[in-house]
Design a protein around this ligand. Sequence first.
Ligand code: IPE
Ligand code: IPE
Ligand code: MG
Length: 234
Amino acid sequence: MTENNLQHIAIIMDGNGRWAAKRGLPRNAGHQKGAEVIIETAKAVKELGVKYLTVYAFSTENWKRSKQEVDGLMNLLRQYLDKNFEELEKNDVRIRFIGERNMLAADIVAKMENLERRTISNQSLVLQIALSYGSRQEIINAVKEAAQKVKEGELTVEGIDEKNFSQMLYTADVPDPDLLIRTSGEQRLSNYLLWQLAYTELFFTDTLWPDFSKEELKSIIENYKTRERRYGKA
Ligand code: IPE
Ligand code: IPE
Ligand code: MG
């Protein structure tokens, strides 16, 4: 039996709030530590030779959290866009964002676009950050785009297929994830990559995201390699 190929890992980074609560700290302290772990994980994924990493940083549902938490998260994001992503940029990582940009503040969107432009030629790893992301909304947007194309005569109804529909999602041109990891013990998808995860191998760990390590990542990958995959193999 040959080992499974692994070119794309998706992660639902959950448990920041519980990590902070266990230490008597505010929730945003958990997000701060969690953000540091994103950088370390991206470097580890790159070193392990995996080409794509997609992390869930903020869902469309997360807008409903307290103003204090949302403001804290947005300021943390500003700090990363201004400075902390530099290390990945220098490490040949391409960064792109997926999600509803129109819900984000204009200065944040400008910084995101700037970072995407600056890293567009980086090749070692593509880091996709799902921000203000919701999978159902992504699919609805793609349906609207397909309908528009039909209306304009660029596409026929019969001509809509999995291949061209995939190209209308935020993740166009990116292969589907081979492995999904969710931390913190919750076993649900929380509106993440519903289309793209159709045949992905799922892995749930009780570790809270701020405690996630390269060692654990390696052991999850070892487990993944032994699994019997059905479809979706690269
Ligand atoms: C995940 O951690 C990070 C975000 C959703 C922004 P949580 O903030 O959901 O942490 P828990 O689940 O409350 O512990
Ligand atoms: C999912 O985690 C979103 C992110 C990790 C950014 P949540 O903590 O928001 O998900 P639920 O509310 O437990 O489903
Ligand atoms: Mg959570």
